[in-house]
Design a binder for this molecule. Structure first.
Ligand code: NIG
Ligand code: FE
Length: 431
C-alpha cells in the first residue's frame, strides 16, 4: 500500500522531454554522446522528489502513467514547454570576495595570467580579500551567485575552497559551502582546494605550505566533515606533480577522493598524477597530448572506474588560452564533461548554457555531445550520476523547462540568452 502522505506529482504538457534514460546512473562515452534520447508529448511521475516513471509517444520507463490512479496525483500542466534535466556544474569556485576587474584590464593590455599571479596577484589577490571578509558576507555573495546559476538551469554544483590559503580561511569557505548545502535543495558537493596557490610567506619554501595543507588543514577539514573531495592546482608555477601526489595520497588515506586542476598552463604531468591516484576527474586540460588522451582511455579499465576529462571552455575564452581537445577526447571514446570554472580570475561565467555554446563553436562538439558533457558526464565527474544528470526512474526530479523550440540545438545556437523558463528541484518549483 502506498503512503498517502507522499508528495505525488504528475507533470504533463511537455512537448519534448530531453535527456531521458532507461536506467539510473547512465553516462555516455564517445559515439554514445551523439544522440539525445527524448520523449514527445511527454509526462513524468514524481514521488517525494524522485522520478518514478516517465514516458511519451515512444514508450515509457519505470512506472507507466496508465497504471496509476491519476486522482491521487497532483497534476501539473507545464503548458507545452520542452524539458531538460538540471545541468551539472562539476567545477566552480563561487566563494570569493570580489571580482578582479583590475587584472582583467591588465590582461587586456597584454599582461599574462601567469605573470600577474607570479607578482602576487591572481589567486593571492583573491585570498587577501577573502581573508578580510566575514563568513556571513561571503555566504550572501556565494548564495546570490548560486541563485543566478540555478536561474540558468544548473541544479548540481561543486564548490571549491582555495581562496583562503590559511587554515582558518579555508575552513571559513568550507563552512560557507556547508551552509549553502543546508539552505539549498539542489545537490552541492564541497572540494577542499587548500593547494590552490602558494602564499607569499611560503615563497621559496612551497613544501612547507604543502606540509601545512597535509598536516593541519586536511585533518581539520576531514574531522569537521567539510569536504567531499580534495583538489590541487597541479601546474607550472603552482604545485608540482610530487607535491600533488603527496596531497592526494594523504587525502586518500583520510578517505577523501580527488579531482584535480591539470594542465591549464602546460603539459605538466597533471593527468599522470590524477590517473595514478585514481582521481575522479582531471579538469582544464587546455594542454593535452595524445599521451594524456591514451592514459585517460586506459583509466576507464581500472578498478576505480576511470578519470573523467573535464573541459572548462569559459576559462579558455576568458584567458585567451587553448581549448581542451574535447573533440579528440570524445573521439577516443571518453566520457568528456564540461563545467563553468566560475571564479573571479579565469572564468567569471555562471551559465552552463554559455559553456554549452563554447563547447560547440570552439571545441567542435555537436550540440548533443555538449549537452551530455554538462549533464550525466559532469555528474560522473562527481560520481553522482545515479542521482542527477539524466531523467530516469530513481533519479532526482531536477529539471528545467524552456520555451525554446528544439532546445538541444537551439540553446547552444542562440548563445547569450537565458533559455530557462522554470527550474524544478526535487519536483518543486524553484523561486
Ligand atoms: O580553475 N587554475 C586555477 N584556479 C582557477 C583560477 C583561479 C583564479 O585565477 O582565481 C581556475 O582557473
Ligand atoms: Fe578551477
Amino acid at each position: 500500500m502506498r503512503n498517502l502522505h507522499l508528495m505525488r506529482k504528475l507533470f504533463h504538457g511537455i512537448s519534448t522531454m530531453w535527456g531521458v534514460a532507461a536506467q539510473q546512473g547512465l553516462y555516455r562515452c564517445g559515439t554514445h554522446m551523439q544522440q539525445v534520447e527524448s520523449f514527445s508529448s511527454a509526462w513524468m511521475l514524481v514521488e517525494d522528489g524522485l522520478i518514478v516513471g516517465l514516458g511519451g509517444e515512444e514508450g515509457f520507463y519505470g512506472v507507466d502513467r496508465a497504471n496509476v490512479d491519476e486522482a491521487l496525483w497532483e497534476r501539473i500542466d507545464l503548458g507545452g514547454v520542452e524539458v531538460l534535466p538540471g545541468l551539472v556544474d562539476s567545477h566552480t569556485h563561487i566563494v570569493f570576495a570580489a571580482p578582479r576587474h583590475e587584472e582583467f584590464e591588465m590582461r587586456l593590455k597584454g599582461e599574462s595570467y601567469e605573470a600577474i599571479a607570479a607578482a602576487g596577484g591572481g589567486i593571492l589577490n583573491s585570498a587577501r580579500k577573502l581573508q578580510a571578509m566575514s563568513e556571513d558576507d561571503l555566504y550572501e555573495q556565494a548564495a546570490a551567485r548560486l541563485r543566478t546559476m540555478i536561474a540558468h538551469g544548473t541544479t548540481t554544483v561543486e564548490i571549491k575552497s582555495g581562496y583562503g590559503l590559511t587554515t582558518d580561511s579555508e575552513l571559513k569557505i568550507l563552512r560557507v559551502v556547508k551552509r549553502l548545502k543546508q539552505d539549498f535543495d539542489i545537490v552541492i558537493k564541497a572540494t577542499f582546494l587548500g593547494a590552490h596557490g602558494i602564499p607569499m610567506e611560503f615563497k621559496g619554501e612551497p613544501d612547507k605550505y604543502v606540509d601545512l595543507v597535509i598536516k593541519e588543514m586536511l585533518p581539520k577539514v576531514v574531522e569537521e566533515g567539510l569536504a567531499d573531495h580534495v583538489d590541487v592546482f597541479c601546474d607550472r608555477g603552482f604545485f608540482t606533480v610530487e607535491q600533488t601526489d603527496r596531497i592526494l595520497k594523504a587525502a586518500a588515506a583520510m578517505g577523501l577522493p580527488s579531482k584535480i586542476h591539470a594542465n591549464e598552463l602546460g603539459l605538466t604531468g597533471g593527468v599522470q598524477v590524477a590517473v595514478t591516484n585514481g582521481s575522479w576527474s582531471a579538469d582544464h586540460l587546455e594542454h593535452c597530448s595524445e599521451v594524456e588522451v591514451g592514459l585517460l582511455v586506459e583509466s576507464l579499465r581500472m578498478d576505480y572506474g576511470g578519470t573523467v576529462p573535464v573541459g572548462l571552455p569559459g576559462t579558455s575564452y576568458f584567458l585567451g588560452i587553448p581549448y581542451a581537445p574535447g573533440r579528440a577526447l570524445i573521439d577516443a571514446g571518453l566520457p568528456f564533461a564540461m563545467a563553468t570554472d566560475f571564479n573571479p580570475g579565469s572564468s567569471p561565467i555562471a551559465s552552463l548554457q554559455v559553456v554549452w555554446a563554447l563547447g560547440c563553436t570552439q571545441q567542435k562538439l555537436l550540440p548533443a555531445e555538449a549537452f551530455y558533457a554538462i549533464t550525466c558526464n559532469a555528474a560522473r565527474a562527481l560520481r553522482c550520476e545515479k542521482e542527477v544528470g539524466a531523467l530516469a526512474a530513481g533519479q532526482r526530479a531536477n529539471f528545467f523547462t524552456t520555451k525554446t523550440v528544439d532546445a538541444i540545438k537551439a540553446i547552444p545556437y542562440f548563445m547569450g540568452q537565458n533559455h530557462t523558463h522554470q527550474v524544478f528541484v526535487n519536483g518543486r518549483l524553484f523561486e
